[in-house]
Design a protein around this ligand. Structure first.
Ligand code: IPE
Ligand code: IPE
Ligand code: MG
Ligand code: MG
Ligand code: MG
Length: 292
């Protein structure tokens, strides 16, 4: 299958799965479902669930079996975006090509829809048709990578660094936590579900860590270079919020070089896996060399 077709197919499967996991229905808390579905469906590159599925497939897994777990990752990611856009955080009014959730609904609904997506993701993992040991490992991986020593830790360090001078080492840590951790967890999901060996898991973690860092460096770059009409979110948000980024600390060209260096390290990690890792290789290219 061509890569473009692969991405299209997997995105469609993820979309359908998300639609089923949080279906449209009449409930007393209607606004919560409407708000969650507004942010979750019909947008986003779906790179985290696709990484999970591609890793699972690389080790012989059948895509359908991993869809719900992959969808749980997208729920956590979407929750992080909803909260990231709130006025008390990056205060961004535009996301995935439409008004941010707190603009389309209101702030309270955005906070609660984010909370809902987070808790729903763990409910989904607890109810998967996999052995308990695997489910516990997934829950442990997702909670640790999206918590203090992961996404939330990175988000609070990002906020605390606004308007302050920080060095590259500190910025790298913020990026690894706020964005790298969930991308790494996505790749780990595929590894856990496919029950890979500990050496393979180690190599996949190294791959995920480096793709994750490169991904956020490119996000910094796109905040400066992406065309506003295609980006789906406001450009120059980082400048307005006085964030330190790879671009502000190093300049555009140097930031691009570091993103490619991190990508190269990710690809080197794949070489340690005695399997055809071509799909993960191509996906890492797509994730880092993206235009939006
Ligand atoms: C944006 O992530 C926020 C970051 C963590 C960099 P994506 O660029 O994956 O956003 P979507 O899911 O495609 O909207
Ligand atoms: C977001 O980083 C990291 C998250 C955990 C959401 P950014 O704040 O740079 O992401 P965008 O640029 O708003 O998508
Ligand atoms: Mg942010
Ligand atoms: Mg932001
Ligand atoms: Mg950004």
């Amino acid at each position: 299958m061509q890569l473009a077709q692969y991405l299209k197919n997997r995105s469609q499967q993820i979309e359908e799965c998300l639609d089923q996991l949080i279906p449209e229905k009449k409930v007393p808390y209607q606004i919560l479902l409407n708000a969650a579905r507004y942010s979750l469906l019909g947008g986003g590159k779906r790179l985290r669930p696709i990484f999970a599925l591609a890793t699972f497939e690389t080790f012989g897994g059948e895509v359908e079996k991993a869809l719900a777990a992959a969808a749980a990752l997208e729920m956590v990611h979407t929750y992080s975006l909803i909260h990231d856009d709130l006025p008390c955080m990056d205060d961004d009014d535009f996301r995935r090509g439409k008004p941010s959730l707190h603009k389309a609904f209101n702030e309270g609904s955005a906070v609660l829809a984010g909370d809902f997506l987070l808790t729903k993701s763990f409910e989904i993992l607890a109810n998967l048709s996999f052995p308990d040991a695997i489910k516990v490992e997934l829950i442990s991986a997702l909670s640790s990578h999206s918590g203090d020593h992961g996404m939330i830790g990175g988000q609070i360090m990002d906020l605390a660094a606004e308007g302050r001078e920080i060095d590259l080492k500190h910025l790298q840590l913020i990026h690894q936590f706020k964005t790298g951790a969930l991308i790494k967890a996505s790749i780990l999901f595929g590894a856990i579900l496919a029950e890979v060996s500990s050496d393979e898991k180690k190599a996949l973690e190294e791959f995920g860590e480096n793709v994750g860092l490169a991904f956020q460096i490119v996000d910094d770059i796109l905040d400066v270079t992406a065309p506003q009409d295609k980006h789906g979110k406001k450009i120059s948000s980082d400048k307005i919020n006085q964030k330190s980024t790879y671009v502000t600390l190093l300049g555009l060209e140097h930031a691009k070089i570091l993103a490619q260096e991190s990508l190269a390290k990710a690809k080197d990690a794949l070489k340690k896996i005695p399997r055809d890792t071509g799909l993960l290789f191509e996906l890492s290219n797509i994730a880092v060399n993206r235009q939006i």
